[in-house]
Design a protein. Structure first.
Length: 279
């Protein structure tokens, strides 16, 4: 079935919105306002396991390629949102702008490179490496997701990264050093940047909300005064049954609103982790 751009966008937005809700929610993390700095917030994960799940879901959101038959895009949720910022099927009075900015800011954060120095005692190497934050997320997210027997790809990536930075290590030695990477990344790098990442993801959720609220108000039809029933009037471009079901589901998500309030991460958690070189 060939769907219109509006139908595909509705499906893609719904999939992405629900993926963000699985990442930015009170079940995984807690927001604590900084009393000495009004307007700034710190994010705390409920446990180490909750932090791992956050990283796994974040990696899936920004990297894993989805099915083009579902969303019309052969790419990750981040790429689906980037496409929606181009098609703008539900744009009303500049509502898309916050979503465009939030997608751009997350992409900028992921692709930023800064040298970090990590001590790998298992390999007896003190390595200074410069790769993107997305590359670090790939290592940490996949390590959290899989057991050692499933980490061949991660081990090959790390071996190449070390080789590119002047450290030749036999591939069979790399799995023994994965805990060294885990300690540096999960217990340092992504602890420090967890607040900023949660803010970036929450901004995307609010960006989708701002973009679609005018469409929600235009489509929503309440029942009578004594009824909790409601319905949605579909846009003329949303004609087919399956996209209409997705549109209904999407509007219900907009009706519920984001789980987390809008917040600004503490400024001192947006500088450099202790692994990064400081001027």
């Amino acid at each position: 079935m060939n769907y219109s751009a509006s139908e595909q966008e509705a499906i893609g937005l719904c999939v992405c919105l629900e993926a963000v809700d699985d990442i930015a929610n009170h079940s995984l993390l807690e927001l604590r306002d900084v009393s000495s700095l009004p307007g700034e917030t710190e994010v705390y994960f409920h446990s180490h396991i909750h932090q791992q799940l956050f990283l796994i879901r974040l990696l899936d959101f920004v990297k894993e390629i989805g099915d083009k038959q579902l969303t019309g895009i052969q790419g990750s949720c981040l790429e689906v949102l980037r496409s929606a910022c181009i098609t703008e099927s539900y744009e009303i009075n500049g509502g898309i702008n916050d979503l465009k900015e939030s997608v751009e800011q997350l992409d900028k954060w992921l692709n930023y490179q800064m040298p970090i120095t990590i001590w790998l005692p298992t390999l007896n190497i003190n390595a200074t490496i410069e790769i993107s934050r997305l590359d670090f997320l790939k290592i940490s997210g996949n390590h959290s997701k899989h057991n050692l027997s499933r980490l061949t790809g991660v081990s090959k990536d790390i071996a190449k990264i070390l080789s590119d930075h002047g450290h030749s290590v036999p591939l069979e030695h790399i799995p023994l050093a994965l805990d060294d990477f885990r300690e540096h990344l999960e217990e340092n790098f992504f602890v420090y940047y967890g607040t900023w990442l949660a803010e970036l993801m929450n901004n995307i959720r609010w960006g989708v909300q701002t973009y679609l609220e005018p469409t929600f108000r235009k489509s929503y039809r309440a029942g009578g005064t004594e009824s909790f029933a409601y319905t949605y009037e579909y846009p003329i471009e949303v004609k087919h049954d399956v996209p209409r079901q997705w549109f209904w589901r999407l509007m219900n998500n907009i009706r519920v609103r984001p789980y987390l309030k809008k917040f600004k991460g503490a400024h001192y958690l947006k500088k450099k982790s202790s692994l990064e070189r400081r001027e």
